[in-house]
Structure formats: C-alpha cells, structure tokens
Design a protein around this ligand. Structure first.
Ligand SMILES: Nc1ncnc2c1ncn2[C@@H]1O[C@H](COP(=O)(O)OP(=O)(O)OP(=O)(O)O)[C@@H](O)[C@H]1O
Ligand SMILES: [Mg+2]
Length: 253
C-alpha cells in the first residue's frame, strides 16, 4: 500500500445488527476505518465487540446491515474469502496449535490464508512460506523460539505468535480481538511496538479490541466505545477517556 492510499476508506460497517434470540448483542452499528488507521474498539464485557468482529469477518451472519471492504460489499462472505481480499483477524482465545513448533504454526497460517490443505504442511512447494515464516519469527522477536513447540511457550509468547500468524498473508486490514489480554508488561511493550512497526512499514490498517486501557489509548489514534451493542462515544483517546457516557458505561457495568 502506498502513502497515496492513506485516508481512503478501507472498511465500512453500515447499520450492523445481530441478535441471538432475544439478546440484541449488536444494535445498528455504523463506522468507517481509513487506510493506515489504528482504531480501538472498547466497551464493557458483553457490549458486543466480538460479535461485531464476527459479523464483519463472516463468522456470523448479521441480522441486518452491510460490510464493505474498499468498494466491495463483503457481507456474508466466508472468512477464507475475506483472507483473499487481504482481511485478517486474531481471536480472543488463542488459536495456536500447541503440538506444532512456532515455525510450523506460521507456515500453517500462511497455507490457510492461501486456501491450501493441512496435508501440505511438510510437503514440497513451501519454500516461500518457510522464508516468510523465518522473517515473521524474527520480526516478532521470537527467533530463539522458532523450533520450540508452541505449547511450551509462555502465554504472552503464544499471544505474540497468534498475532504473527495473522500477518503471514500480508493483510492490509487486520482485526485483533484482545491481543494484549493476559500478556505481561514487557511482552506488551514488544507487541505494541511491533504492531506500530507493521503499521508504519506496510501501511496496514488495524481495528483493535482491548480491555487494557493504557495499551489501547497509547496504540490507537481513534477509539470507538460500545455499550449494550451500540456506539456511545468515539474520538481521540483523550476525548473518549473524559466522556461522561464512557465513564458511566464502565462504572455502571
Ligand atoms: N453465540 C451466542 N449465542 C448467544 N448469545 C451470544 C452469543 N455470542 C455472544 N452472545 C451474547 O451477546 C452479547 C455480546 O457478547 P460479545 O461476546 O460480543 O461481547 P464482548 O464485548 O466481546 O465481551 P468481552 O469483552 O467479554 O469479550 C453478550 O450478551 C453475549 O452473552
Ligand atoms: Mg469479546
């Protein structure tokens, strides 16, 4: 992505709603994300953040509303189709394979993005992916762990690996669901710094769900606040932090 793209709209969420029976998890949410932005999505537990991600990324079918990536309507596309359009994600719960090494996890993630099969993991034709995995391992400062089984890593290291896996396809838009959850302070600084480096170097756009306020406020340029499935505030970290509606939503929870 070139700097000329900066500011173009990469993601448009229009009037998304999702109900589970009588539970209105997301109610009429609309927002846009611009190229190169690091947008924070915060809100109390159960406010609909993950459900909104799932509706955007094809894991759930929204009850109402539309999702556009660039100018394309992607509502209802499957996650693998979105991957091919350059959209990736991380999950709130770890998605690493504990019995595979760090490098193998990365190769597997790269293959999934390319829509190839698990059985090809150790097969021929993976030279490109192996090189990509080696670069990614270094980039995320996991080089000393490249051949360790993922299950033997600390929780923070596994979260970092999980994050690195989302970048194997070179996505232009990545939605991260609580990347910092349960990660210790030094790993947290590394994670933030690496995300900022990818953003700076590739122009990739991020939407980040996070409960760690210090992390999200220092990483993101703009923040959207959800409460009970609706946007109650948005703006700069400073504006949002001082908004009485936001304070009320967190205190009242
Ligand atoms: N598959 C489901 N079936 C029924 N209800 C669901 C389902 N998924 C989510 N919900 C409900 O929808 C609401 C929003 O949940 P969601 O997981 O999106 O919140 P969240 O903001 O991500 O919370 P957290 O910060 O705890 O991760 C909650 O009331 C939750 O119980
Ligand atoms: Mg969630």
């Amino acid at each position: 992505m070139t700097t000329a793209d900066t500011g173009a709209t990469v993601l448009k969420v229009q009037n998304i709603a999702k109900s589970f029976g009588g539970v209105h998890a997301v109610r009429d949410v609309s927002f846009e994300v611009r190229a190169g932005e690091i947008l924070g999505l915060i809100g109390p537990n159960g406010s609909g953040k993950t459900t909104l991600f799932n509706c955007i990324l094809g894991q759930l079918e929204p009850t109402r509303g539309k999702v556009l990536v660039g100018d394309s309507d992607v509502t209802g596309l499957r996650p693998s189709q979105l991957n091919r359009l350059g959209v990736g994600r991380t999950f709130q719960l770890l998605q690493v394979f504990p019995q595979l090494t760090v490098t193998e996890n990365l190769i597997l993630a790269g293959q999934e993005h390319k829509g190839s099969r698990l059985s090809r993991l150790f097969g021929a034709g993976d030279a490109g992916l192996t090189a990509d995995a080696a670069r990614m391992v270094e980039f995320f400062r996991l080089g000393h762990l490249a051949h360790e089984k993922a299950g033997g890593l600390s929780y923070g290291q596994q979260k970092l690996l999980d994050c690195a896996m989302a970048f194997m396809a070179g996505p232009r838009l990545v939605l991260l669901d609580e990347p910092a959850g349960g990660v210790n302070l030094s790993m947290l600084a590394n994670l933030k710094e690496r995300l900022q480096a990818i953003n700076r170097e590739t122009g990739a756009t991020f939407v980040v769900i996070e409960h760690n306020m210090e992390f999200v406020m220092s990483l993101c340029t703009r923040i959207i606040v959800l409460a009970e499935g609706a946007i109650i505030a948005q703006g700069s970290p400073e504006t949002v932090r001082r908004d009485p509606k936001v304070i009320e939503a967190y205190l009242g929870h």
